[in-house]
Design a protein around this ligand. Structure first.
Ligand code: MRU
Length: 341
């Protein structure tokens, strides 16, 4: 996947350590456009309005946002302001807060004279590690996919939202095993749910098409029927925050898929790097759920005098999850402490 025509996040080679380029996801799938982020404000805005989105990509962009924010002032007060500004952009994806705390730790221990270079180096390390973690998730997940394949047809994977390469620096999380299967010659087809209201499923369709992976777009509400009809061999989704007990926050609608999967005996897996596990969060009840603007439900909403609720994420209880795939391997959702370092 590293040959992708449109990288999600790269340093702007034309201007040494002064800007990054992102693929503007608000313009996909209509047109792939790279956007230049040259300041803290640019980075915070890009995360807030979802020009970049997906937990690992948000984390890496925030790390570069710290580096951008220290362009003219590397002092402690400025560092705190930069981190606070980025931390306030989106609440649920813990990768954002994980990346910012990692940047804080490293930069607080760095001399002022070298702090700016250190920030760029650390952001680069976070981005590089994300690619590697996701590639490893692909290889571990591939074994699960192979085990779920029926001999009489291609493997039918269902996913929700976009947990592909667009949600990461590269390789994807839930889609990493799909790409690994495709590369290994395993016939694979992906059911892609639209993911109302922001339609991240269209991003998934776009990147699967780019990669030449067979897929079909469905309305979110079609998922239960397809499982009932035996047309789904496994469900695999990403995560925005996994609590210590394995409860998993992911895009709204994930929980309903997990319930349908349990009802129909379909394995339900979560794929995420260790940076998505929040060991300080005991259970799903403590995960903050982002509430987004009513307008996301459609332009017509503004003409109605009707209250709107728009929670962007839900929590799937650990006991509905067949296993969690990370760069370390596959674990039962209730046994994540083995990955605590
Ligand atoms: O609101 P988004 O688009 O940032 O939400 C993204 C998701 O919920 C993804 O499934 C999750 O971040 C996993 S990304 C590898």
């Amino acid at each position: 996947m590293s040959q992708a025509r449109y990288p999600t996040l790269i340093e702007d080679g034309a201007s040494h350590q002064t800007a990054v380029l992102i693929l503007d996801q608000t313009r996909l799938p209509r047109e792939p456009v790279m956007l230049r982020l040259g300041s803290l404000e640019d980075a915070a805005h890009a995360i807030r309005v979802m020009q970049v989105r997906g937990a690992p990509l948000i984390g890496a962009t925030a790390a570069y946002g710290v580096a951008l924010g220290l362009a003219d002032d590397v002092g402690d007060a400025r560092l705190n302001h930069v981190i606070d500004t980025l931390a306030a952009t989106r609440p649920t994806a813990v990768n954002l807060h994980w990346a910012l705390e990692r940047m804080r730790r490293v930069l607080q221990n760095s001399a002022l004279a070298t702090r700016r270079d250190t920030a760029w180096n650390e952001a680069r390390a976070i981005a590089t590690e994300d690619k590697a973690a996701n590639a490893a998730i692909g290889q571990h997940g591939l074994k699960l996919l192979q085990a779920c394949r029926r001999s009489d047809r291609p493997l039918n994977v269902m996913t929700h939202c976009n947990a592909g390469r667009l949600a990461t620096v590269d390789n994807g999380t839930a889609l990493a095993p799909v790409y690994a299967a495709h590369a290994a010659g395993l016939p694979v087809h992906v059911w892609v749910s639209e993911t109302r209201p922001r339609n991240q499923g269209l991003l998934t369709a776009w990147e699967l098409a780019e990669a030449g992976v067979l897929h079909t777009l469905i309305a979110d509400n079609a998922a239960g029927l397809l499982m009932m009809q035996g047309k789904v061999d496994l469900v695999i989704v990403g995560a925005d925050r996994i609590a210590a007990n394995g409860d998993t926050a992911n895009k709204i609608g994930t929980y309903l898929k997990a319930l349908a999967a349990r009802a129909h005996g379909v394995p339900f897996y979560v794929a995420a790097p260790l940076s998505t596990i929040d060991f300080a969060c005991p259970s799903g009840a403590e995960i903050p759920i982002e509430e987004r603007a009513a307008e996301e439900l459609g332009a017509a909403v503004s003409n109605l005098d009707t209250p709107v609720a728009n929670p962007a994420f839900d929590v799937t209880p650990a006991d509905l999850i067949s296993g969690i795939v990370s760069e370390r391997g596959v674990a039962r959702a209730g046994e994540l402490s083995q990955w605590k370092t």
